[in-house]
Design a binder for this molecule. Structure first.
Ligand code: CA
Ligand code: CA
Ligand code: CA
Length: 179
């Protein structure tokens, strides 16, 4: 789901730009859709290595061509940022970041309950989820993550995901599928 829902919501925004109240409502609707997408992504972090590639692609491949480009990754991170920037000031404060952390943690707990949770990669800093952390994104170390910081980190995070270095993230970058 997710991406199609966002498209629908965006369409609504364009149609209703003349009414401020409706924009606000639609914007909240988008935030809801994004939150679901974010949670779906967070599942990837706790999943076993064999099946999480396909989950990742499903959630980040906006044009559904089977690969995730840097552009798609940047766009999605922008959506995620907006979702958790509760006061829309362009900065994720520690409080806002805590809500983001909680959302990811809750989702991982759900995943484990469902029996799909595995150890994942041993080094937490090599997991895709590490690219979502405050530690990774607060480049200037002031405790807040600005939109620029969050988006400027995309290429570094993307390079971590793109293990075979072909400039695209595909299922292959997550290891061989399980037999
Ligand atoms: Ca794509
Ligand atoms: Ca904020
Ligand atoms: Ca910062």
């Amino acid at each position: 789901m997710g991406l199609r829902g966002i498209d629908d919501a965006n369409t609504n925004i364009h149609i209703q730009t003349f009414k401020y109240e409706e924009i606000t409502v639609k914007r909240n609707a988008i935030a809801g859709v994004c939150a679901l997408s974010v949670l779906a992504f967070a599942s990837v972090a706790g999943a076993g290595q064999g099946n999480y590639g396909s989950h990742f692609i499903a959630n980040w491949d906006a044009d559904e061509d089977g690969t995730v480009t840097l552009e798609e990754a940047t766009e999605k991170r922008s959506d995620i940022f907006v979702t958790f920037d509760a006061d829309d000031d362009g900065v994720l404060t520690p409080e806002e970041y805590a809500a983001f952390d909680e959302a990811r943690k809750a989702d991982m707990a759900d995943l484990k309950k469902g029996g799909q949770g595995g150890a994942g990669m041993k080094d937490p800093k090599k997991r895709p989820s590490y690219g979502m952390t405050l530690e990774f994104n607060d480049v200037d170390g002031d405790g807040n993550v600005s939109r620029d910081e969050f988006l400027d980190r995309t290429p570094d995070w993307f390079a971590m995901l793109d293990r075979n270095g072909d400039g695209l993230v595909t299922a292959e970058d997550f290891g061989p599928p399980r037999n």
